[in-house]
Design a protein around this ligand. Structure first.
Ligand code: PLP
Length: 433
């Protein structure tokens, strides 16, 4: 165990604690934050030059690793030309070019791009588009159907359509009504389908789903066939289908988008995280022509009254264009397949190990449940904290979701680094026995 890894020579952790309130962090009990001074590729360096392997791409965002020189160069050039401009009444090259390049990569029914700032706002925009679509048609609908355990973000609309949990508990009185169906994991498909059938009515504005993999809900995975059935059913009953690809987009599931695994096409798609290679805050909501047309009118009240100060920030759009260049390269496409294959081999080994249950994989995402008896059931379990700390001591950054452990690495991760991550997991399993 290399305790030097967490070195805080400059006192930055104390200064941080004096002035900063961190996300998803119980500030009373959480250990001090670890100062990171530099990121390069898969590695995050501390003040002493020790490094952590970022096995989860930070918050699932840095698909090309950290501080990629190509993205950095493009953003620097853009900064010297146009760093920002109001996006109502004005436009710019990076925003137009990004929309022109993104749309042909998405399901063919996607026709328009609306920019925002992150995954939560991409979901907010999709929900507002869905509700106002029906409003503008003169047939208002009030309900949304979501999946148990879903996570779509932390803003109010995104919270409303997320599963109910400790994250949403204080806010429940302020969230609009949402009906839930079970996540259609193997064995639950029929129940999910029947429940959706029972809930669909002409008051359902939208059905929202994280295609193929439910992220924060615990890397819960379901098959494309059942998703096609659910989406097809929802669409036949008139509900708009929102695919939240904030986590699954940009190669994560082994294909460019999770939607590529499906026959059904969603009406709205939400993107963020890997969109800029995890380098800048940017969200995108795309929609069909039918939805867009419901907002085009001589009636000004049919306008989508939504926007943010930093909508379509030119630096973020430029980072997204550079990230797309890298993502579409043969090298990255091969890396995505290589990581998937390596995960598949390790998954088979994990299945033999006591302490690892429900081993699952989709593309570059590998997940399993830590089996530590009753202690592993609660989100606030000590096993989670122990695992997190133990892995850090092994030089690997992973953030278990309750008792769910997962790898979601940058595509530039080397075979040697993957081996280190796998070995750290094996050590953890031995340690917890
Ligand atoms: N949707 C999904 C599927 C996510 O995984 C997340 C974040 O984890 C979000 C939305 C929210 O994105 P952000 O954290 O950028 O607001």
């Amino acid at each position: 165990i290399d305790n030097d890894k967490k070195t805080n020579r400059s006192g930055l952790a104390e200064r941080d604690q004096a002035v900063i309130w961190h996300p998803f962090t119980q500030m009373q009990t959480a250990p001090p934050p670890i100062p990171i001074v530099r990121g390069e590729g898969t590695l995050l360096y501390t003040e002493d030059g020790n490094a952590y392997i970022d096995a989860v791409s930070s918050w699932w965002v840095n698909i090309h690793g950290h501080s990629h020189p190509y993205i950095a160069e493009k953003v620097f050039q853009q900064f010297q030309t146009l760093e920002h401009v109001i996006f109502a009444g004005f436009t710019h090259q990076p925003a137009v070019q990004l929309a022109e390049r993104l749309l042909p990569l998405l399901p063919t029914n996607q026709q328009k791009v609306f920019y925002s700032d992150n995954g939560s706002t991409a979901v907010e925009v999709a929900l507002k588009m869905a509700f106002q679509y029906w409003h503008n048609l003169g047939k208002p609908r009030r309900k949304v159907i979501a999946l148990d355990g879903a996570y779509h973000g932390d803003t109010f609309g995104a919270m409303a359509v997320s599963g109910r949990s400790a994250f949403t508990a204080p806010f429940v009185p302020f969230l609009f009504d949402v009906e839930y169906i079970p996540a259609p994991v193997p064995g639950q498909e029929q129940v999910a389908l029947e429940r959706l059938q029972a809930l669909l009515s002409d008051d359902v504005a939208a059905f929202i789903v994280e295609p193929l993999v439910q992220g924060s809900g615990g890397m819960v995975m379901y098959q494309p066939a059942i998703l096609d059935e659910l989406m097809g059913l929802a669409r036949r009953c008139g509900a708009l289908v929102i695919a939240d690809e904030v986590m699954t987009g940009f190669g994560r599931t082994g294909k460019l988008f999770a939607s590529y695994h499906l026959r059904e096409q969603p009406d709205l798609i939400c993107l963020s995280k890997g969109l800029t290679g995890g380098t800048m805050a940017l969200g995108v909501t795309t929609c069909t022509k039918e939805i867009y047309d419901a907002f085009r009118s001589d009636d000004k009240f049919k306008t989508l009254f939504h926007g943010h100060s930093f909508t379509a920030n030119p630096l973020a759009c430029t980072a997204a264009l550079a990230s797309l260049d890298l993502l579409l390269s043969d090298e990255t496409q091969a890396a995505i397949q290589r990581i998937g294959q390596r995960h598949a081999v390790f998954a088979e080994q994990l299945k033999q190990k006591p302490g690892a249950r429900n081993v699952r994989r989709q593309g570059t995402i590998l997940a399993f449940d830590l089996d530590a008896g009753d202690a592993s059931r609660s989100y606030f379990n000590t096993i989670r904290d122990q695992a997190y700390e133990f892995l850090l001591e092994q030089g690997v950054l992973m953030r278990p979701l309750g008792n769910v452990l997962y790898i979601l690495p940058p595509y530039c991760i080397t075979d040697e680094q993957l081996d280190t991550v796998y070995a750290a997991i094996e050590n953890l399993l031995k340690h917890l026995r």
